[in-house]
Design a protein around this ligand. Structure first.
Ligand SMILES: [Zn+2]
Length: 352
């Protein structure tokens, strides 16, 4: 049973035959290894299965077909009618292209992930790639992200790659040490206003990055707010912001993000068992955690692509200003926001 299976190192991308008892990459000593077959196109496969499983649901809810496929609303259940108001490609010209892009991204997920565990060559390569980018996507994970709970992982995606910076291993070296020595660091990238950063609800990330690592995020576009702006453009009354998966389904179509949904469900179930994201504090990272972390940032590109194709310049500027307010919102509070407390007001959609 897969004794001779090949193994793929997610830190240096070395592929080797797994030997009994061997749990480290012979080239770089990383423990973040996946079976080579899993790093091929597993997500594409599961997307296909999902599509097949829920084809009827897909036809009913697929954003690209909403509006035109339903001649009569009278005999449709209320729930389905509520899905009206999904974006259309007449209003958002890049919608279909973005949906295809999301499918492609998920199918290549494990091929484009690199786990960065030390400040060696791969770190330099990653920082270089990030600094060359005009747009990146960023997210932080922790065992219950807050000002006081240490960030354990920072995901940074460029348009072609996603780097998972293992902060449990890198510690402050990812930020200060290299930075102070005049070398480039994550701090430099995250504070560079010339690099646009897509985040999904940046408030806790900004709070944590600032108080734990002295990083002041700049150039943020909060995709959660982009979605609010776009929904209002469609004439909807938006009282509450979407969560990440709801937003992904809205813009990318349930079928296209099916693979990511499965991972989210499994990770979510694990979280409920163990409470508050214990898996972000475990090493080596498990495979679903890696997929989840990567999908969280990578899907922000196609969502932004879809939305921005229908948003006017002045609205985009207002979203940017509202994003800046959010960067400061928790960060500048004198008292830390209580951790793990679900705050009803946090999901209120702001006006801007
Ligand atoms: Zn390796």
């Amino acid at each position: 049973m897969g004794k001779k299976a090949k193994v793929h190192c997610l830190a240096c991308h070395h592929v080797f035959k797994k030997k009994w008892g061997e749990q480290k990459c012979p080239q770089c000593s990383s423990e973040t290894l996946v079976d080579e077959q899993d790093s091929k196109p597993p997500v594409a496969k599961s997307v296909e299965i999902k599509v097949g499983d829920s084809l009827l649901d897909t036809l009913a809810s697929d954003t690209s077909s909403a509006g035109s496929l339903h001649p009569s609303d009278g005999d449709r259940p209320l729930k389905k009618q509520k899905r009206e108001g999904m974006p259309t490609s007449s209003q958002f010209p890049a919608l279909l292209e973005a949906q295809q892009a999301s499918k492609d991204i998920l199918s290549r997920l494990m091929k484009i992930v690199t786990v960065v565990e030390n400040t060696g060559k791969m770190f330099e390569f990653a920082i270089n790639d990030i600094e060359k980018s005009d747009v990146i996507a960023v997210d932080c994970e922790a065992v219950c992200l807050s000002r006081t709970n240490a960030i354990t992982l920072i995901q940074v995606a460029t348009k072609s790659h996603v780097y998972l910076f293992d902060i449990m291993k890198l510690k402050g070296n990812a930020f200060e040490a290299a930075h102070d020595a005049g070398r480039r660091s994550l701090k430099g990238c995250l504070e560079n206003p010339g690099i646009t950063k897509l985040l999904f609800d940046c408030r806790r990330d900004s709070d944590s990055l600032f108080h734990q690592h002295d990083v002041s995020l700049k150039g943020v576009v909060d995709v959660q707010l982009l979605s609010v702006a776009a929904q209002r453009l469609m004439g909807q009354t938006v009282d509450r912001v979407d969560g990440f998966m709801k937003c992904s389904k809205r813009w990318l179509g349930r079928a296209n993000v099916g693979g990511a949904l499965g991972v989210k469900d499994r990770v979510g179930a694990q979280n409920n068992d163990e409470g508050n994201g214990a898996l972000w504090g475990r090493r080596p990272l498990d495979m679903d955690a890696i997929r989840y972390a990567a999908a969280d940032v990578l899907l922000l590109f196609p969502i932004q692509m879809a939305i921005c194709s229908g948003l006017k310049e002045d609205m985009l500027r207002r979203v940017q200003e509202a994003s800046e307010c959010r960067v400061a919102e928790y960060r500048d509070m004198i008292k830390a926001l209580p951790q793990g407390v679900h705050d009803e007001t946090a999901s209120v959609a702001p006006s801007f």
